[in-house]
Write a new protein. Structure first.
Length: 494
């Protein structure tokens, strides 16, 4: 299997295509005028608290104040750490002193879970993988992370946690300074979604300064390997005041590589602590790297056969990133492309990239998908089109659906469509057919860095699912609403 990463650099724009067996598998874009803030850490100031919607607005120095669910402010600022030993108390004491905050004060009641635990860390593109809590990593540009896992996790409509939750007073006051991390970019008229559950992602692990557990991605199924990885990370004497999530790509990695990565993210956190002491709110304390940095961190794996970039300046930067994150031996896979044709045309994926903005997606058999994003819901309709067969109607429907399922998952990745998604498969009556189609869809969605949840196929042949949305869609970055039809896509006939 060949897996290549192609990077095109233009004025104010960088586009990344991941090509598997000469077929476009994933796509990311970064535009300077729409630079993502996902994963950034800010020292902010609480401007207002609204118990009615269980939230607070925090000034982080952007055009609009960020929104912080009070359930996401439960830790580390407002928990009672008196009875805890170790990292929690150390972190709490440091920030009480740093922010001139009294250890105990209360003003707003929020919900925590039935065991009194704080929510899992939220900036997690691979949140779906972890062994409770979320694996955190930042997904490039679409998002990222990547899969900010925890958006809406366990909350009701107004952010209040469900399931017989208890009420606990929270010491969050207007004017208070807090360290927060962006888990969702500003969208429309809304400011960034924030959390106090800070995390620093690396290639193999994610460091969480306020948690003291070691979690392992659920995608690592081997009990022996899970235990081996935990034992390695437990040796991190330099990071006892915190916890780790071990990412899926850690499977089979050498001890030295894992410890080096853990040390790398811990050192980043030490820089955050230093800057938090020096800067006054509102101020940025930690900024996620550019898309090229994120690509090296999240996608430069052993199976990658080559990374090609068409900018000499960015090539030099790419070499530095690969050398510092992966190591010098990996530099042989990094290549500068200086051909006359565009890098995407040279690798014959330009046509595929153009089609990711189309409403219709045609399948090899002649069937096709219709993809209709709306403000609240994305609807995907599966049609038989020109598909012809001598099979029974039931088998014909199954054949089209089984072909459409992986393409649907792929299109969701390529277009970075999120929120509520409704898929209208062609009606099937046999339960085993429905189950197989759903299994194929879930298997392909498992490759997605963004968190997804899929319900069963209904009696009407509909599948309701959600995909985490942490930033702007690919289409919204490249297109503006038509001033004449206002997005209707129709011309009025007088």
């Amino acid at each position: 299997m060949s897996r290549e990463i192609l990077i095109h650099v233009a004025d104010g724009e960088r586009r990344v295509a991941i090509v598997e067996n000469k077929h476009l598998d994933d796509f990311y874009i970064e535009i300077d005028r729409h630079r993502s803030t996902l994963g950034n850490i800010y020292k902010g100031r609480v401007e207002s608290i609204l118990p009615s919607i269980n939230g607070a607005f925090v000034n982080i120095g952007q055009e609009r104040n960020g929104f912080l669910y009070l359930t996401d402010a439960d830790h580390p600022y407002v928990q009672d750490f008196d009875n805890l030993n170790g990292p929690g108390a150390a972190a709490q004491g440091f920030f009480d002193k740093l922010l001139n905050r009294k250890p105990k004060s209360s003003s707003v009641a929020v919900a925590v879970d039935t065991e009194g635990n704080a929510p899992a860390p939220a900036s997690s593109p691979e949140a779906v993988e972890v062994l409770k809590p979320a694996e955190s990593a930042s997904v490039p540009a679409k998002v990222e992370a990547s899969n900010a896992g925890g958006q809406g996790r366990g909350r009701g409509r107004f952010g209040r946690q469900q399931g017989g939750a208890k009420e606990r007073p929270v010491s969050l006051k207007v004017g208070q300074e807090v360290l927060v991390q962006v888990e969702k970019d500003p969208f429309g008229t809304k400011g960034a979604r924030l959390t106090t559950h800070l995390s620093i992602p690396g290639r193999f692990v994610v460091y969480m300064p306020y948690d003291k557990h070691i979690g392992v991605s659920q995608k690592i199924e081997s009990i022996e390997e899970r235990q081996r990885l935990r034992d390695i990370i437990k040796e991190c004497d330099f990071a006892k005041d915190g916890g780790f999530i071990i990412r899926t790509v850690s499977f089979g990695q050498e001890k030295e590589e894992l410890l080096n990565d853990a040390r790398f993210v811990h050192e980043k956190w030490q820089k955050v602590v230093k800057l938090a002491k020096e800067k006054k709110a509102p101020a940025i304390i930690y900024q996620e790297g550019d898309i090229i940095w994120k690509v090296v961190r999240d996608f430069f794996r052993k199976e990658v056969t080559g990374v090609h970039i068409d900018s000499k300046e960015e090539h030099e930067q790419l070499v530095k990133y690969v050398e510092s994150l992966v190591g010098k031996p990996a530099l042989k896979k990094v290549h500068y492309y200086g051909g006359e044709a565009s890098i995407f045309e040279a690798h014959k994926i330009s046509a595929e990239l153009d089609r990711i903005y189309d409403q219709k997606v045609f399948l090899k058999t002649g069937a096709y998908l219709v993809i209709e994003p709306t403000e609240g819901v994305t609807v995907i309709d599966v049609n038989s089109g020109r598909y012809k067969t001598s099979a029974s109607p039931e088998d014909a429907a199954f054949n089209v659906n089984i072909e459409a399922a992986p393409e649907i998952a792929r299109q969701l990745r390529l277009r970075d469509l999120g929120g509520i998604i409704v898929i209208d498969f062609i009606d099937m009556s046999r339960e085993d057919h429905k189950r197989k189609v759903l299994d194929v869809l879930k298997a392909e969605l498992a490759r997605d860095l963004s968190k997804t949840e899929v319900n069963k196929i209904s009696s009407l042949g509909l599948v309701e699912m959600t995909r985490e949305r942490a930033g702007k869609t690919i289409e919204s970055l490249k297109f503006a609403e038509c001033p004449y039809c206002h997005g209707r896509g129709r011309v009025k006939i007088d």
